[in-house]
Design a protein around this ligand. Structure first.
Ligand code: LLP
Length: 432
């Protein structure tokens, strides 16, 4: 399998855009994250144009920047006309430093700190998505001191079952995120917001049912439940909710058998659900927002590694060790996430060897992938792990004091560093 913007060259090497990945590996070193700008931009455009088509401009796609956060990505997303969602002071700071318009930033998080909220309110972010009762009081206190009114949405658990890994499910009642409708806590949250109406404008509701979801049905179900909730808020409190944010979660292709829908398909089905519910409840169709993260950057990314030691344990398995590991990709250790691995020098060769790709950390669970088929592989070969654009760099760590890899952005036949490789000096810069 290859992703959009990738091909096998006549020399049998993997190409990203018009760049031979082995050239990138020798120029920048490995491990290396490589992102393809055209793919990112095309994904943004697919969401923006589907929104125009189905909501006629009465909606917005926000990039969930937890999937990949650095200055350059905010610049690209801004140019493509999307908003962004941030979940920490750090993401917010990065977005602002990149010149992202504050009013197109939504601020999330189940436990935002006082200082983070103050920062968001001072910057004037578009909306704060409130995720616990205590936050209303804090926001109100800060807003009052700054003589501002703050627009908020409430994060709701719609109680929808999404078919994905347990750790990335969020729509069900047993979740640290949001307020449930079924036990009325969502209504308590509305009441709490109304207590602070001098400084808080409650005009949005939000839900996010999980991540890496292929099925359209749970998204449409969630949209219907949320629209019923919006109607009930109007009926009980006379409050008009003008924005419905339905979160992200659209699945992407990691391995051959993954079959993601095209994004337009989700948007069409969900917009039908929203519009028919608006009719049923005699309401205006709200401004609809979504927050794709993985589906914007995931397939645009590849991680390149150099093969080091190969350990063939007869009757057991063959470990192919690479110069990165769980520090740059924690997703196999955390979620048993599946990936496609290609020998980038022999991308045209048959994959005849079943191997386990191991990282270099002092941890048995430091595996990139188990039992994958690859071409005959030798020490010094370059391995490419596909679909690593989302939640790889953003979840990276310095475990074992291994510096984080650089991130290189490819555009057609050009390439540039957008995040420098960490140095040993970087590793000790906060040590005293
Ligand atoms: N909106 C909210 C409120 C979210 O919590 C998330 C993801 C998104 C949007 C974006 O979801 P996406 O479109 O990327 O699926 N680290 C995990 C994924 C965690 C997702 C957390 N929230 C992974 O590597 O699979």
């Amino acid at each position: 399998m290859l992703n959009p913007g990738q091909r096998i060259g006549e020399n049998g090497h993997l190409f990203i855009g018009e760049c031979d990945v082995t050239t990138l590996a020798s120029e920048y070193g490995t491990p290396l994250y490589v992102m393809n700008e055209n793919v990112i931009r095309n994904n943004c455009r697919a969401f923006v144009s589907a929104f125009d088509k189905y909501y006629g401009g009465n909606g917005r796609a926000y990039f969930a920047s937890k999937a990949f956060s650095c200055l350059e990505i905010y610049r690209i997303v801004k140019e493509e006309g999307m908003g962004v969602d941030v979940v920490s002071g750090g993401e917010l700071y990065t977005a602002m430093k990149a010149g992202f318009p504050a009013e197109k930033i939504n601020f999330h998080g189940n436990n935002k700190t006082y200082l983070e909220l103050k920062m968001a309110i001072e910057y004037g972010v578009g909306k704060i998505i409130v995720d616990n009762y205590e936050e209303f009081g804090t926001i109100s206190e800060i807003a009052k001191a700054l003589n501002k009114k703050v627009e908020v949405a409430i994060r709701i658990k719609p109680g929808v079952e999404a078919h994905t890994h347990d750790y990335i499910k969020t729509g069900q009642i047993d979740s640290k995120f949001g307020f449930a409708i079924e036990n009325e806590e969502a209504y308590r949250a509305v009441e709490k917001a109304l207590e602070y109406k001098d400084n808080i404008i409650l005009n949005g509701v939000h839900c996010h049912i999980g991540s890496q979801i292929f099925d359209v049905v749970p998204f449409a179900d969630a949209a219907e439940i949320m629209m019923d909730f919006v109607a009930e808020i109007r009926n009980r409190y006379g409050v008009e909710i003008i924005e419905l944010n339905l979160g992200g979660g659209f699945g992407i292709k990691y391995i051959d058998s993954d079959e993601p829908k095209n994004f337009e398909n989700y948007i069409e089905i969900v917009s039908d659900a929203v519009k028919s519910k608006a009719k049923e409840h005699s309401m205006k169709v709200p401004f609809v927002s979504i927050e794709p993260g993985r589906s914007i950057v995931g397939e645009a990314g590849v991680t390149l590694y150099t093969v080091g030691g190969i350990k063939n344990i007869p009757g057991v398995r063959t470990y192919v060790s690479v110069d990165g590991g769980m520090g740059d990709n924690i997703r196999y250790a955390l979620y048993q996430a599946e990936y496609t691995v290609i020998n980038a020098l022999k991308a045209d060769k048959e994959c005849i060897n079943k191997v386990t790709i191991a990282g270099k950390c002092c941890e048995s669970g430091d595996l990139i992938q188990e039992n994958v088929m690859i071409a005959d592989t030798l020490p010094g070969d370059i391995l490419a792990v596909l679909s690593t654009g989302a939640y790889n760099y953003s979840m990276s760590s310095n475990y074992n004091r291994i510096p984080r890899p650089a991130v290189v952005m490819v555009k057609d036949d050009s390439h540039r560093v957008i995040v420098k490789r960490e140095s040993y000096e970087d590793l000790i810069k906060n040590d005293i």
